[in-house]
Ligand binder design. Sequence first.
Ligand SMILES: [Fe+2]
Length: 371
Amino acid sequence: MAQRYIRVEPPYGGLDDLLREEGEKTLFLVCDEALRFLRLKAYFDTLETRLGIRAVTFSDFAPNPAYESVVKGVVAFRAAGTRLILAVGGGSAMDVAKCIKLYADMDPERNYLEQEIRPNDVRLMALPTTAGTGSEATRFAVIYYKGEKQSVAHESCIPATVLFAPDTLETLPAYQRKSTLLDALSHAVESFWSVNSTPESRDFAREAIRAIREHLHAYLVNEEKGNEGMLRAANLAGRAINITQTTAGHAMCYKLTSLYRLAHGHAAALCNKALFPWLAAHPERCIDPRGEAYLRRTMEELDAALGCASTEEAAARFGQLVDSMALPAPAAKAEDLPVLCRGVNPVRLKNFPARLEGEDIEELYREILGL
Ligand SMILES: [Fe+2]
């Protein structure tokens, strides 16, 4: 199913048209707390007066949303009596909204995670308020059940309509602005070298890298054109990982996030900053079934996308970009190393095109943390 992309801006007349077209009397709005700071808030507050469409808001979830929050969301969605969901926010709001859509018609007496996912007629629209996760373009949702990460995946949860509202990025705090950008960049780079890459995924990833490079400065100084360009870049990177999934950078970053409370994109970029030169130095460890020569050609394509003549130079450029964000380094101790090594996601690791042994991973963590 082809997604449609619509750019909207205050006073969001384009969104009015879209909601009228959907024909529902109630809109189920899944949003995070960032909505309070956005001009969009007033839009939804006055929706009933203006269009006769009631907005039922669900925001009872935290970052890294728990299964229980999704269950509450499904109850609220059923009570709202609509088939239309709009997710407004970052990755967590998108993940919760996707799960509510997938679970909407399932048996509430049984665990949703154990039931077969079937497509339904609930329409899901997404308006991302960060330029990072690209979650609005993927079939994946991450929720936590009894503290364990669960990856929910189904084609039917890809939002049919994506709304780009560059003004929603104006109030992003600096750390979030930088770390979400690094998440999008990490998605594009990891997708490029993933063993699951295809010509189509590499086109998305290449285009994402091009857009990130083009809009980086304007985005960092919070210009509208930069914000819009980065929203599109993050979306392209999302479409790339929708095909390939992420690789070692994401496999290794999750424990860094929880242990040192780093933002996800910050942690992923620190891992890729170490992995990129490691991969450049170890083509002989290739496990991509298409072979070492294929991997070398892929890396040459990635080098070119980053404007570099060699993989060593591309790895250095990636590292310089991460360093230029001047993000605080995690305060790590050597005792953390075993915890970090045990926390590596083996599924994501398999998507990395070169074999990483346990000792390589420990060495990479030492480098990442300056130990
Ligand atoms: Fe990510």
